[in-house]
Design a binder for this molecule. Structure first.
Ligand code: UD1
Length: 347
């Protein structure tokens, strides 16, 4: 039985494609709108191979409100929106702030206006633990109540502003609800290796750089600092499996559409609750895959947070969701995906 129709905005991307799969598996009908600015059309084949269903996909830049409205009118009956479509490279956002502000903010405003106009009942929004900045040690692991800190990059600022836009719009009486999900560090790929994170130039994030090094595309991984105030001196993060993360979107959508949410805007941290250092992560990868990762400790990366990990109890209790896949299995899935990219001739 179909549960409802969901617009997955940015559904061809890394987290969006995994979420499209879990929505379909849960019985939702999925409509994907994506401009393919950081993905490609083959992702649809991957989603179809895993689920047996090929969702409707329309290539469109969501900054264009008229065009987005036309797509929603041609595909009527959308009940909820999940908004992934956003730029996410921290360094690029520092160099090209207006590109980030225009894309990440206009896309959300358009979506909220169209939701009110078309009677769409709820929006799940992708936010980030970046809104917490470096939490005081007394706030670790971080709950949703930890203070928001001034953003360290235009990218991070767009997430804070987006959260405020959603809150203000709903408090002003907009006829829909929202669940804001603050992701910690999403990693890994679908266990089938049919979808995963697509490389786009030299990776800036740890896992794609690590797997590209392990397969020989990169000479060595730079570990950015081992002189932090952490047990082994390297930075600590909460690495969350992308399929686990995708499943959280399904339960969040269920909750909104079944009107189980008490507040019109709810916020949840999505993490495992465990902090892992960069050096520990490299060791876990080597053990899980039996592949050596050449690495070298270099200086700190500007703007890096020393340590942050989630207290995911609110999501555990209220959403009934918990991260389940182990770090070793997650890293193995990232490695299998890297090998699949090689088979496909993609570096
Ligand atoms: C950053 C952003 C986060 C954003 C995410 C996605 C901040 C504080 N965090 O996460 O909001 O959602 O990117 O783009 O802005 N590392 C290395 N060598 C590398 C790459 C990374 O040692 O080659 C280390 C980093 O120092 C860090 C850890 O690995 O300690 C994770 O880095 P990364 O994957 O880039 O994610 P974040 O910086 O945590």
């Amino acid at each position: 039985m179909k549960k409802g129709k969901i617009l997955v905005a940015g559904g061809m991307g890394y987290i969006g494609s995994h979420t499209a799969v879990e929505l379909i598996n849960a019985g939702y009908e999925v409509l994907i709108i994506d401009d393919l600015s950081n993905s490609n059309a083959d992702v649809l084949d991957g989603i179809e191979k895993i689920t047996g269903t090929r969702p409707v996909f329309v290539q469109q830049d969501l900054k264009d409100k008229e065009a987005t409205r036309a797509i929603l009118k041609a595909n009527p009956g959308v009940d909820g929106v999940i908004l992934f479509a956003a730029y996410k490279a921290v360094g690029e956002s520092v160099r090209e702030p207006l590109k980030y502000y225009r894309n990440n903010i206009v896309t959300l405003i358009n979506q909220l206006e169209l939701m009110a106009e078309l009677g769409i009942k709820g929006i799940v929004f992708s936010s980030s633990c970046t809104v917490y900045g470096q939490p005081d040690v007394s706030h670790l692991p971080v709950t949703e109540k930890a203070p928001i800190q001034p953003a360290l990059s235009p990218y991070g600022n767009t997430k804070q502003i987006n959260e405020e836009i959603i809150r203000d719009t709903i408090h002003a009486g907009a006829p829909f609800k929202s669940i804001i999900l603050r992701y910690f560090n999403p990693i890994g790929a679908h266990p089938s290796a049919e979808i995963g994170e697509l490389p786009n130039g030299v990776p800036q994030n740890l896992i794609p750089y690590l797997t590209q090094t392990a397969i020989g595309i990169r000479k060595e991984l730079s570990v950015f600092g081992d002189d932090y105030h952490t047990p082994d001196g390297s930075c600590i993060r909460d690495y969350i499996n992308v399929v686990d993360l995708a499943k959280a979107h399904v339960v969040a959508m269920d909750r909104m559409l079944e009107n189980r949410s008490d507040e019109p805007v709810e916020i949840f941290n999505l993490g495992t609750g465990h902090g892992v250092s960069v050096l520990e992560l490299i060791q876990t990868f080597e053990k899980a895959t039996d592949v050596k990762v050449p690495y070298r400790v270099v200086g700190r990366r500007e703007g890096d947070i020393e340590q942050v990990w989630a207290n995911p109890e609110k999501a555990n209790k209220v959403l009934g969701w918990k991260a389940e896949v182990s770090l070793a299995d997650t890293l193995r899935s990232a490695w299998n995906w890297q090998k699949r990219l090689r088979e496909r001739g993609i570096q």
